[in-house]
Design a binder for this molecule. Structure first.
Ligand code: CO8
Length: 261
């Protein structure tokens, strides 16, 4: 068990549960918390038992209310800020590149860096009272941990510009209607676990990783190149043992027994 001060990392069977846990500051991400998140991601990557990751917030008010504004207030000059942005972007990229399902259980405020963390996950499941936003402009900042790029990819350019330029908070119902969150339920962590267990019981793990890779790399390039990426990854899926097992199980009218090979 690793020792952390600002987060907890738990395992529930095949599920890794990363909780950002500074409830007195609404789980704001200070530099030390970022460092611990990076270490937790390394531990998760090295742990073959973890087959899906859920990220959530401690306490009952917030997922993560953003970067720690007390630290942001002390930043001096452009270079310092650019570096911080690159470091945060890198950690969230590592989360988005995990080769298995990642879910954000958004149990309250997901603002600024907090929404950027949630958007680095594959899916977002929010509580009815959750509020999401990128209010950086109200602080004289812009989103710096991937938000200006991930939000328009999720909800479209017009809606993303509205949310970032106004700095307004989006409630769970609206977030659901624009596709920023996938589901709204009273107990998002319980639902995230149920969703993840269902995925693990039904789908081939390598296929899940390849789907994520196809979507992620495809969004970065032209449509034509993206189709080539899809074909390459399709070829890799066809070459797996689990493809043989999955198709055979269908024909034999039984449940497949995927091995991740
Ligand atoms: N950082 C530090 N402390 C925070 C933060 C934060 N982001 N959010 C809340 N807190 C603290 C409050 O200061 C307060 O502390 P205290 O009890 O000591 O006064 C405590 O948490 C509880 O918060 P409130 O009393 O404000 O609770 P309310 O229910 O009244 O309000 C809100 C909740 C609306 C969420 C309010 O706290 C708020 O507006 N928070 C700030 C939200 C925000 O602007 N987040 C974006 C931050 S900017 C960002 O994430 C930039 C990322 C890019 C950086 C790029 C690199 C440089």
């Amino acid at each position: 068990e690793a020792e952390f001060e600002n987060i907890t990392l738990d395992q529930d069977g095949p599920l890794g549960i990363l909780t950002i846990n500074r409830p007195k500051s609404l789980n704001a991400l200070n530099i030390e918390t970022f460092r611990e998140i990076a270490e937790a991601i390394m531990l998760i990557e090295e742990n073959p038992e973890v087959e899906a990751l859920i990220v959530t917030g401690g306490g009952d008010k917030a997922f993560v209310a953003g970067a720690d504004i007390t630290e942001v207030a002390e930043l001096e000059g452009a270079f310092n800020g650019r570096d911080l942005s690159l470091q945060g972007q890198d950690i969230f990229q590592q989360i988005s590149q995990l080769p298995f399902l990642t879910l954000a259980a958004v149990n309250g405020y997901a603002l600024g860096g907090g929404l950027e963390l949630a958007m680095a996950c594959d899916l977002r499941i929010a509580s009815p009272g959750a509020k999401l936003g990128l209010p950086e402009a109200t602080l004289g900042l812009i989103p710096g941990y991937g938000g200006t790029q991930r939000l328009p990819r999720l909800v479209g350019v017009g809606r993303a510009l509205d949310i970032m330029i106004s700095g307004r908070l989006v409630d769970a119902r609206e977030a659901h209607s624009i596709g920023l969150v996938n589901e709204v339920v009273d107990q998002p962590l319980d639902r995230a676990k149920e969703y993840a267990r269902n995925v693990l019981s039904k789908t081939a793990p390598l296929a899940v990783g390849l789907i994520k890779e196809a979507v992620r790399r495809g969004m970065d390039t032209t449509f034509g190149d993206a189709l080539e990426i899809e074909a390459d990854l399709f070829g890799m899926a066809v070459a797996t043992e689990d493809r043989k097992e999955g198709t055979q199980a269908f024909l034999e009218k039984r449940k497949p027994n995927f091995k991740g090979e």
